[in-house]
Design a protein around this ligand. Sequence first.
Ligand SMILES: [Mn+2]
Length: 326
Amino acid sequence: MNKHKKSLQEIAGIIKSSQKFFIAGHLKPDGDTIGTALALKSLLARMGKEPHVFSKEPVPSNMLFLPGARDIKIRDKVTGVFDCAIILESVSLERMGSLIELSQADKVINIDHHATFTNFGHVNYIDSTASSSAEQLYIIFKQLNKKPTAAEAECLYAGLVTDTGKFQHSNASPSALAMASELIKAGVKPFRLYDRIYANKTPCSLRLLGLALNSLKISKGGQIACMRITRQMFKNAGASVNDTEEIINYCMMMPEIKIGVLSRENPGGARNDIKISLRSRGFDVSEFARHYGGGGHRNASGFSLKGNIASVEEKIIAKLSKAVEK
Ligand SMILES: [Mn+2]
């Protein structure tokens, strides 16, 4: 934290001397981007400021319960000028959705906890050891000598719990857990937030999960797990693409699996358009995905291929089996 002392002091100074604020996180907003933006907005409003939160894309439905979430302004472009723009966990203005140009704000504060970043702000508070932007904002609260209200604590907790995968990912650090403890003291009820954020499955999505689990195949001596979702499965479950999101994670619930593969047909589009999602441990699947024109992270990536689902699967498993030997 010491090495961020200067940027934290600068941020506190800019916040105190600014009145009108632009706040936005990244495209495909998640719990961290939304929760952090809302906690920040509430804090600034309490300080007598005029904060505005924007997003290019809609707030995910499981985050709409957060205090203030329905007031987030969904825009393609934002006109006008601001004393200060605070941009959360975005590698670039494009990642934020290019809602404004840098010239529309007197001061730009860039807050990011990702390993890949650029210093596009006047102040860049970059800390890849922070679990979440919520944790970075919590440090700013402290810098400003502010304690979160119960509503702000809920927003911060939503960011913290989603970015740490319910405190299961490698970023569930002592400081993340200490922060959780303090937020609970400030009024957060973890079981209530769990229900709002995670207990939101529909019968259709659970039926689809059942069908996908039933398709599980293990290969390469237990190192690769593969599941599939066909158009027929979508139809039988009454489900849509939105119901597929977490299914692939089940592949990684077996301890010896190095790579999880989910192949799925497109229920709306062409039959030969196959989407492949990959998960891994101890193996870089982003490079593999890039080879096929896709992308993602080291342990989570994806791409699309044309063909019949069975032959696409066979081809991908064969290539992955070779790659995993290296
Ligand atoms: Mn984040």
